[in-house]
Write a protein that binds this ligand. Structure first.
Ligand code: CAO
Length: 443
């Protein structure tokens, strides 16, 4: 094997913890010097991490979602040198003047998210006529903005020949193809783009609001943009039904307060959320269809033998869902400690991708904020989510008189392809009984 060159994150203009949004080359790919290996995206900019050398990508040390800072090692490239015997000629994008020049990464490509950078005077791009069989193709050489635009406008970037320096595909190349794409024949409906899965949707209304009064335009932050894309997909793809119920939690509240007094010195507060996670985890073992995922073509159900529960956490930057692993095997104290740590990390923007992966079921508690009921959106590929609202004191008939009882509203949204209404009603009523008397978890 030839000499290995380490690829590091270039100068990020003082930003840290910038997430990887795209990997542009795979292990074993031939890459040229300055070719982008991955794209990072912060609120302020999209940044490409280039290979410092031409050669073969031997190792990727990061994955999508990892957050990176300047100087962090991200990949290893085996240098293409005459005496290594590596033949990059057949598989590298032709970029002769760029090839094998320097071991210092070029300046990162930094583009404001608004995409205002013009690729001036670029000649019209041409679609590849016949890619045909032949040598393995390297990923196209394209600017991060061009890649993002291509994704947004459903343009196949592999079908373009770039017209910028070194054959690089520019934003202008993508735009001119996107604009040349045939419009809807009826001229009324938007083409099946933007990942709408073929729904024939009307174009989004874009009135000039400033005609009606003063306005201010703010760009959406990174987390809200990611959430929005996920929520939209989940809302349109999953047939949601929400089952409402309520749990009487007076004895749970007494137990919680008593345990909090007993553990006052331990510095950990036993929250209602911790009991909810524990009770739900116990139920997921007994209701395996709720601890499952439907595959993409809807033909198989993946039943999970582990119980990892995510909880929605509200942060200044937006909604995130950290995950408590093996919640069915943990005690309430341990769950409370973990939710506290994860919620704190979420608010400080320090959650890692691993902290948010592997969830089987989500709990979204708005009880500390207010409201009586809501209909949460399922966090795909999960099949159900529990919404919890604010406890109220209600009169409950005990057979002889009305008694004031603490009632906790529960709202379970479920994927009706996987779970039927009877199962959902059984789930919420069993959960309500469990919260009413946590000893039921022993059964
Ligand atoms: N009813 C009444 N009061 C409640 C309650 C409920 N269901 N749940 C919690 N509370 C009270 C607690 O008793 C506590 O009061 P004290 O400070 O007086 O003890 C207060 O609300 C805060 O509760 P907590 O510290 O136990 O926190 P939590 O478990 O309610 O919430 C977390 C933790 C991370 C879930 C929360 O901070 C959060 O981010 N919630 C928002 C989740 C969200 O945005 N969901 C929507 C997703 S869809 O857009």
């Amino acid at each position: 094997m030839g000499r290995l060159e380490e690829v590091r994150v270039p100068d990020l203009g003082g930003q840290a913890g910038v997430p990887v949004i795209e990997l542009m080359a795979a292990i074993g790919d031939a890459v040229t010097a300055d070719q982008g290996l991955m794209t990072l995206e912060s609120d302020k900019a999209t940044i490409e991490v280039p290979s410092p050398v031409s050669g073969i990508l031997r190792e990727l040390k990061v994955q999508i979602g990892d957050t990176l800072s300047e100087g962090q090692p991200v990949a290893l490239v085996e240098v293409a040198e005459a005496d290594t015997g590596i033949n990059t000629r057949t598989s590298i994008n032709p970029a002769p003047e760029d090839a094998v020049k320097t071991l210092v990464p070029a300046s990162p490509v930094v583009i404001p998210p608004s995409g205002s950078r013009p690729d001036a005077d670029a000649p019209a791009p041409v679609a590849r006529e016949n890619a045909g069989p032949g040598p393995i193709e390297a990923p196209p050489h394209a600017s991060p903005l061009a890649r993002r635009l291509a994704r947004e406008r459903s343009v196949d970037i592999h079908a373009l020949h770039g017209t910028a320096r070194g054959g690089r595909i520019s934003r202008a190349d993508v735009l001119s193809i996107a604009e040349a794409m045939p419009a809807d024949p009826a001229g009324k409906l938007a083409p099946a783009a933007h990942g709408d899965d073929g729904f024939a949707l009307l174009p989004w209304p874009e009135p000039d609001f400033s005609r009606f009064g003063p306005i201010e335009k703010r760009s959406m932050g990174r987390i809200p943009r990611i959430s929005a894309a996920n929520l939209s997909r989940n809302w349109v793809r999953i047939p949601h039904v929400t089952q409402h119920d309520e749990a009487e939690i007076d004895s749970l509240e007494s137990l919680r307060q008593q345990l909090n007094r007993e553990h006052a010195d331990g510095g950990i507060k036993l929250t209602l959320l911790a009991f909810l996670i524990k009770a739900t985890a116990g139920l997921l073992v007994r209701f395996p269809h709720f601890n499952a995922s439907l595959d993409a073509d809807g033909e198989a159900l993946v039943l999970k033998k582990y119980v990892h529960i995510g909880f929605a956490a509200d942060t200044a930057d937006g909604l995130v869902v950290p995950v408590i692993r093996d919640a069915d095997r943990k005690g309430v104290l341990e769950i409370a400690r973990e939710t506290d740590t994860l919620a704190r990390r979420a608010r400080e923007g320090r959650l890692t991708a691993t902290d948010m992966q592997g969830g089987c079921f989500t709990i979204s508690s708005l009880g500390g904020i207010g409201g009586s009921r809501f209909t949460p959106i399922i966090n795909a590929p999960e099949v159900a989510i529990l919404g919890v609202s604010r406890v109220t004191i209600q009169p409950v008939w005990d057979g002889q008189a009305f008694q004031p009882r603490r009632m906790l509203p529960l709202s379970l949204s479920y994927d009706h392809r996987v779970i039927d209404g009877a199962a959902a009603a059984r789930f919420t009523s069993t959960l309500a009984r469990t919260l009413n008397d946590m000893r039921r978890l022993l059964l």
